[in-house]
Design a protein around this ligand. Structure first.
Ligand code: CA
Length: 235
């Protein structure tokens, strides 16, 4: 899940970015409307958090530009303007929700989660054979055993489960899970996949994470693992 934060006040931008990152999202931050318009045209976001009071163009103008796109991410407006007018105008122009400053981070997170869910065609719980992932509670189990994952590991696993059976390149994984400040090597994916394998696959006879030569990785499991569950017997 990738979020774009558009906020000119650095203190608030940092606060949002840190909070959203620790909730497991990849976060890009821009400080002007111009940069925001540029980014939504080059990157696919799952959510845009948009401040209305920006130094260059009005946030509502940015909103319009976002809404003119073919694939439209949900937009959560953030503003110090608490007048009914602004709120109505924002919602009329297609904002999905509206939060007035000052706000508590937990409230922003709760609203962000609702919007992110709305944009998702896939369910909140993902299941591949005996591996299940709860996107809301951020819980992973395999064969009913709890598996503790670090936030990035969780994001990679979620991305792979949503794309079950589809080979994913290291670049795709990096773009989906790391933000734009990450300009390191895509080899980092190999490190995380190794961690994931040790937690998800090592203790189980049926391996789910597969290396796809020349491409990257893929998550899949034979259908037989689906029903075998706890009494799985490997001949
Ligand atoms: Ca502002």
């Amino acid at each position: 899940m990738r979020v774009l934060v558009v906020e000119d006040e650095k203190r608030i931008a940092d606060f949002l970015s840190r909070g959203l990152q620790s909730a497991g999202y990849a976060v890009d931050v821009v400080h002007t409307g111009g940069e925001a318009i540029e980014r939504v045209h080059t990157t696919e976001y799952d959510l845009v958090v948009l401040d209305l009071g920006l130094p260059d163009v009005d946030g509502l103008q940015v909103l319009q530009k976002i809404k003119n796109r073919k694939t439209i991410p949900p937009v959560l407006i953030l503003s110090a303007r608490d007048s009914v007018d602004d709120r109505v105008r924002g919602l009329e122009q297609g904002a999905d929700d509206y939060l007035v400053k000052p706000f508590a981070f937990v409230e922003l997170l709760a609203r962000a989660r609702v919007l992110l869910r709305r944009g998702q065609p896939t369910p909140e719980k993902l299941q591949v054979a005996d591996l299940s992932l709860d996107c809301i509670r951020r819980k992973v189990t395999r064969n009913s055993e709890n598996i503790e994952l670090a936030p990035k590991e969780f994001s990679i696993l979620e991305y792979m489960m949503r794309n079950r059976g589809r080979p994913l390149s290291r670049t795709m994984i990096v773009e989906h899970v790391w933000d734009m400040d990450y300009d390191g090597l895509t080899n980092i994916v190999d490190v995380y996949i190794r961690h994931l394998r040790s937690k998800i696959d090592d203790r189980f006879p049926i391996k789910m994470i597969h290396t796809v030569r020349g491409i990257g990785y893929m998550l899949d499991a034979p259908e037989t693992a689906q029903s075998a569950g706890a009494e799985q017997v490997i001949a």
